[in-house]
Every structure is written in C-alpha cells, then in structure tokens.
Design a protein around this ligand. Structure first.
Ligand SMILES: Cc1cc2nc3c(=O)[nH]c(=O)nc-3n(C[C@H](O)[C@H](O)[C@H](O)COP(=O)(O)O)c2cc1C
Length: 208
C-alpha cells in the first residue's frame, strides 16, 4: 500500500517489518548468565537486538558474570540507558518483535504489575502490554512471597509470559551451562527463533 503524503493529515503508523528488534531488558534478579547466553545466540541471527540494563541488572551481572553492561553491547545493535524514557522503544509507535526481561527482578516485576513506568525497561514493558506484543519475564526467586505470586498473576493476566528460571530435571541437564542454555532456548522458543540450545523430551523419536 502506498504511504499517504506527509502533511496529508493521515497518521503514519509504523508497519511491522522483518527488522523489528527484540528488546532485551536485563534487571537485578539472579540469572545474568541466561541474559548473556540469549544475547550471544541472538547475535548469531539476523534479528536486531535492542538492549537496556538497569542499575540493579548491572550490579548482579558484575557479581555473577564479572561483566559490565558495556561488555554486552557487542551483542546488541543498539543499547539504551535505562533512564532514557524518550528512547525509540519507549513509544507504542515503534514496533518490536517482543520484549524479554531476563533476569526479571521482583522489584521490576512489581512495578510492571502495578503499571509503573519510571524507567525505560518498565515503560517499555507497559508499552508491550498495551500494544499486545509479546512480553516475556524471567524471574528467579525462591521461595515466593504471596506478593510476588500475586504480581506474577497480574502480569500474566495482562498478557505477559512468566517463565521462572526453573530447571527441567526430566531432561537430565548435566551442568549449569546446560541449564543456562535450556532457559535461553525456552525464551527463544517463545520468540519463534530457531536454535539448538537444548534437545526436547524424546527429541530423537520421530513425530507420529
Ligand atoms: C547478588 C544479588 C542477587 C540478587 N538476586 C535477586 C533475585 O534472584 N531475585 C530478585 O528479585 N532480586 C534479586 N536481587 C535484588 C535486586 O537486584 C534489587 O531488588 C534491585 O533493586 C533490583 O533493581 P531493578 O529491578 O531496577 O533491576 C539481587 C541482588 C544482588 C546484589
């Protein structure tokens, strides 16, 4: 369809295109290695990646992986500051393939569940919910307080996918690296991105 001329009074909406990025938010839950694995795997595809790391995310990433946010920039096409609420991805008019918050801290989960949009990550999460675009949250906490369970329920009702960073014991994953790869692979499954990060249950059996 031909675009209406600029100034014609028509609203020019951004149309979905194959180069829509995946927006990856890294917050201060435990699970930095999952974010790193996800980013490295996405970097091997032709899917653009936009990255935002919260201050809490940077602190835990340093603790768990010995990495700084700038070390992750090589895996992203564009990186935004979490304080930059005017960034392109903060607007519903800027299309994405979806957003993943990995790891997703209980703090960020609570903000999303209650409609807060005080950072680029939380604002973008609200945008993904209102625009009915995929929003995947990967919390890691145990045990779970009633408050956190309620917050997970609220975001799930609003359309987000909550994917706890929980091990698949039945797949007999042999190492922490294997578990990390499995969790990154599960995220990619839900984004529709092919990968070979883990083998599913009875994957050697032919489909009947
Ligand atoms: C080493 C370390 C591990 C943490 N692990 C978790 C965790 O597994 N889950 C969680 O919800 N918060 C965890 N936190 C707490 C969050 O980082 C903290 O609440 C932070 O304020 C979250 O900020 P953000 O949501 O803006 O990233 C951890 C903090 C540290 C320092």
């Amino acid at each position: 369809m031909k675009s209406p001329p600029v100034g014609s009074g028509a609203i020019l909406m951004s149309t979905p295109s194959p180069d829509r990025p995946v927006l990856v938010g890294v917050t201060g839950g435990s699970g930095g290695p999952i974010a790193v694995k996800l980013l490295k795997t996405l970097a091997e595809t032709d899917i653009p990646v936009a990255l935002v790391v919260s201050d809490g995310g940077a602190a835990v990433l340093r603790e768990e992986c010995g990495l700084y946010p700038k070390d992750l920039e090589q895996y992203a096409d564009v990186t935004y500051d979490d304080g930059d609420s005017a960034a392109k991805v903060a607007s519903g008019s800027s299309s994405t393939r979806g957003m993943v918050i990995v790891p997703c801290s209980g703090n960020t989960l609570a903000k999303i569940a209650h409609g807060f949009a005080d950072t680029l990550i939380t604002r973008s999460a609200q945008v993904h919910l209102k625009e009915r675009r995929p929003l995947i949250l990967v919390p890691r906490e145990t045990p779970l307080s009633t408050i956190m369970i309620r917050n997970m329920s609220a975001v799930a009702e609003a359309g987000a996918l909550v994917m706890m960073a929980a091990p698949p014991y039945y797949l007999k994953v042999q190492s922490v690296d294997g578990l990390v790869a499995y969790l990154a692979g599960k995220v990619l499954d839900h984004l529709g991105v092919p990968h070979n990060l883990y083998r599913g249950w009875k994957s050697d059996e032919a489909v009947a």
